[in-house]
Design a binder for this molecule. Structure first.
Ligand SMILES: [Zn+2]
Length: 125
């Protein structure tokens, strides 16, 4: 199965206080059915500690990522670290992996871009 990033266009999803992104009320259409995938910062994890094989598929599917080498080795988009949330769509049928950036752009102001949307099953190959 080919790995498809269903989020073909990178989208700014948040610009403001941290609280609003913690609530997991951001939404995107499930790529596998007609339901909704809710996501946010809560329960998400850093891409760097995500399953290594899946991580390889994920970074291969997102355009414009840069690998930063230094004390911290990580992939970034527009110099923002990446977060990953594995969750179910609102129909409960599909495991979806949502990838987004998260960065403090000014004191107490955070920006987030949605950069990746994957069917978890395809990442298991
Ligand atoms: Zn679904």
């Amino acid at each position: 199965m080919k790995i498809v990033n269903y989020q073909s266009e990178i989208r700014l999803i948040h610009d403001g206080f941290e609280d609003a992104l913690l609530k997991n009320d951001k939404k995107v259409k499930c790529p596998c059915c007609d339901s909704i995938v809710y996501f946010g910062l809560y329960n998400s994890e850093s891409l760097d500690v995500f399953d290594e094989r899946k991580r390889t598929h994920i970074v291969g599917g997102i355009k414009g990522l840069k690998f930063i080498e230094g004390e911290i080795k990580e992939y970034r988009y527009k110099n923002s670290p990446l977060r990953v949330l594995k969750t179910k769509c609102s129909n409960g049928l599909h495991n979806i992996v949502v990838v987004f950036t998260y960065k403090e752009t000014q004191p107490a102001r955070y920006a987030s871009y949605l950069v990746g949307l994957f069917d978890d099953e395809s990442l298991n190959k």
